[in-house]
Design a binder for this molecule. Sequence first.
Ligand code: GLN
Length: 497
Amino acid sequence: MHLYRLGVGEIGRLLRKRVISARDITGAFFARIRAVDQSVNAYITLLEERAHAKAKEVDAKIASGDELSPLAGIPVAVKDNICTQGVETTCGSRILSRYRPQYDATAVARLRAADAIILGKTNLDEFGMGASNEYSYYGPVANPWDLLRVPGGSSGGSAAALAAGETTLALGTDTGGSTRQPAGLCGVVGIKPTYGRVSRYGLVAFASSLDQIGAMARSVEDCALLLSIIAGHDPRDSTSAALPVPNYHDYLTGEVRGLRIGVPREYFAEGIDPEVESAVRDAIDHLAGLGAEVVDVSLPHTEYGVAVYQLVATAEASSNLARYDGIGYGFRAEDFDDLAGMYSRTRHDGFGNEVKRRIMLGAYVLSAGYYEAYYLRAQKVRSLIRRDFEEAFASVDCLATPTYPTPAFRLGEKLDDPLALYLADIYNTSANLAGIPGISIPCGYTGDGFPVGLQLLGRPFDEKTLFRIAYAYEQTAEWRHRWPELDIPVRRSADGV
Ligand code: GLN
């Protein structure tokens, strides 16, 4: 039995029946990580000792017949821009290479309280800035479907870890697609919740008005369960919503009859890969076959999404990243003459080129004389983009689109062309600008065997409808049990790998 391939429900059943222990599970995952992560590079930090200690606690609870949380004993990976008390939280950056937060992010605290087993911290584009996971100080992540391809980004480590069986669940973050896009390129499930659904306390800020923590898994059911644990109001984040979190499981009915699904025509325009388009259109037909009503809709301001996103995100990033000055956190350069020299040397050596590019762009768009022309105008267009969605959701329950215009591309292929990488975020960034939820689920494979993602966007706080539709699709389509042939032979060991 490959423990690393099981879902949350199956692991939970084996634990409760005492067929396996939490320590067996933990051991099996670290064996799997040792076998494959040298090639995948999904993790920056492994927490083997802590994980075993937690597993021991869970086993003690089972032995004494205590009631267990649904996540008890379940392996989780945490993206490395989410704070973990006493454990390096690098954000994929040299500048935070020695940073150990004194507190847990609320999402992490909730995982710990639910007795999940945190295996480690996953790789990402530096501070979440990127779509290929090539902009990490800790090296690129490989896509388990082809080790020469990118896993997407910036939560590429979390997505690759799931695809390769190096965890059961993972946290990602999504400022402009970073949970959905790597989920799409790695053939797993990832949801960006509504802005305010999950507390941002302890999430290292990239662009505060766009950032959300996302839930990632290999199945819709597991993804819904993970979100239900991390979602909900948090007095420590004033932007977190004081709304009850539905029991998402109740909506996994397989029933979509009567739901209206909009297909925005602007999301199928120029630049989409034909194999991606046909897989997504087949998925939409499939949903129609299940009884959903499919209608054409228009989101007329779609073409401005990336420009507006880049203006807003870089402006906020330039201000958020001003705090890394070599004093409060992590890395400090050694070679300097005075205080100003220490600041500039630290930032020069500590940040990678993509982060520097974004800080410069952001400082520029906020500077006197340009603020009105760029930032203020971007905020106005942001309102128009939000209004497009409001108008669409007056007549449909969700929107179905591709997650990304292409399948996973080759490592290095786009390194010389950052603009091309920005433009390809076209299907993702509008949801962050509007604050609405979006999920990516696998909807097929290209002829060369690379996963294609279907993105479903929903009304604010209506993640339940996204899960409902995603689940109905997943349960009746043929894509959910595939595994990449990464399988570097793993020796059978006592812990059942
Ligand atoms: N590709 C987007 C960017 O480069 C993704 C950002 C994100 O969601 N963290 O900014």
